[in-house]
Design a protein around this ligand. Structure first.
Ligand code: PHE
Length: 341
């Protein structure tokens, strides 16, 4: 028995623990119901009476030593939290906090809006879920117009006045004409939806900024000047503009606006497909039918409207070749715009 006591004492001296959990395990192993020390106390009952005094003293010392050692180990862990994370270097720099950047579409949209704000255009917004009247009817689309067809428009309900997702933000212009006092000078940014197959050049969701100016004596020359000033602000002072005849149901006359290619400066490159020109928007004089549909006297008032795709402008500005990149949120792509303020 003496030997066992001595050996346990030596063992207790050597005990080490890293975690409180280990201290608890040691306590159970020594002082628990079936612990080594407890078991020695049971053996003590069998000891001869003349040896009881000596062994009794030794056993009590062992028990005290065990309790003291357990307490010492516990305190050491509790007092030094660093011991819990042994090997951790507190002088190491922390993890970098990654700051997100603005999306290229947001950057471009805000830039377009800022330019027109400077020209005195107010911001107007409207719902993405619209009715047939505000997207088509009030804009002089004849009932059988192909844009109303299932192939272009996402319909939410059918019937004589169906609910649908707007295919352009011209709907906001209609809502503004119905509501606002004249003259009107507004810019309408927003998301639009068209039922198109997704490819490098087309997407079923994209962003537009459309503009509308209605006043007395607004002429095509005013439109041309507005377009030219915008193009110079957006693509640089040297930018030239040309208008090509086009057709929209809501404008007459209508035109497509090209700017001189800012990559090759008009010499011809693969971005402008050798033409030296890039198409940036549609525009025209508001058709008198559209003014009348919103209760504006077309004999007294005239106006112009224009509309552009934000993705397209951003593509031209940064030579992005695939529209899908804007929607995939690939961090490698988005990071390229971190330095753009
Ligand atoms: N609404 C037209 C479109 O979505 C753009 C446009 C707006 C054209 C205003 C002319 C005038 O394509």
């Amino acid at each position: 028995m003496k030997e066992k006591i001595e050996e346990l004492l030596r063992e207790i001296e050597r005990l080490k623990a890293q975690k409180l959990q280990e201290v608890e395990e040691i306590r159970v192993k020594l002082l628990g119901k079936k612990g080594a020390v407890t078991r020695l106390f049971e053996e003590f009952r069998e000891v001869l009476p003349e040896q009881k005094k000596e062994f009794g003293q030794r056993l009590n010392i062992l028990k005290t030593k065990a309790a003291e050692k357990i307490e010492e180990l516990r305190r050491k862990i509790e007092d030094e939290p660093a011991a819990n994370t042994a090997g951790f270097d507190y002088t190491k720099p922390g993890d970098r906090f990654e700051l997100g950047g603005r999306h290229p579409i947001s950057i471009t949209r805000e830039e377009i809006i800022a330019i027109f704000n400077k020209f005195g255009y107010a911001l107007a917004e409207g719902p993405e879920i619209e009715d047939d009247w505000h997207v088509f009817g009030a804009l002089n689309f004849p009932p059988e117009h192909p844009a109303r067809d299932m192939q272009d428009t996402f319909f939410i309900s059918s019937g004589p006045n169906p609910v649908l997702l707007r295919t352009h933000t011209s709907s906001v212009q209609v809502r503004s004409m119905e509501r606002m006092p004249l003259p009107i000078r507004i810019i309408c940014p927003g998301r639009v939806f068209r039922n198109e197959a997704i490819s490098a050049r087309a997407h079923c969701i994209f962003h537009q900024v459309e503009g509308l100016y209605i006043d007395k004596n607004v002429s095509f020359a005013d439109l041309k000047q507005a377009v030219l000033l915008f193009a110079r602000e957006m693509f640089g002072e040297e930018t030239k503009v040309r208008l090509r005849p086009s057709y929209f149901p809501f404008t007459e006359p209508s035109a497509e606006v090209d700017v001189s290619c800012n990559i090759c400066k008009g010499k011809g490159c693969n971005i402008c497909k050798g033409t030296g020109w890039l198409e940036i928007m549609g525009c025209g004089m508001v058709d008198p039918n559209v003014l009348e549909a919103s209760g504006i006297d077309s004999k007294e008032y005239s106006g112009f409207a224009f509309g552009m795709g934000v993705e397209r402008i951003a593509m031209l500005k940064w030579q992005v070749k695939d529209l899908r990149l804007y929607f995939e949120n690939d961090v490698r792509f988005l990071k390229e715009f971190d330095s753009v303020i």
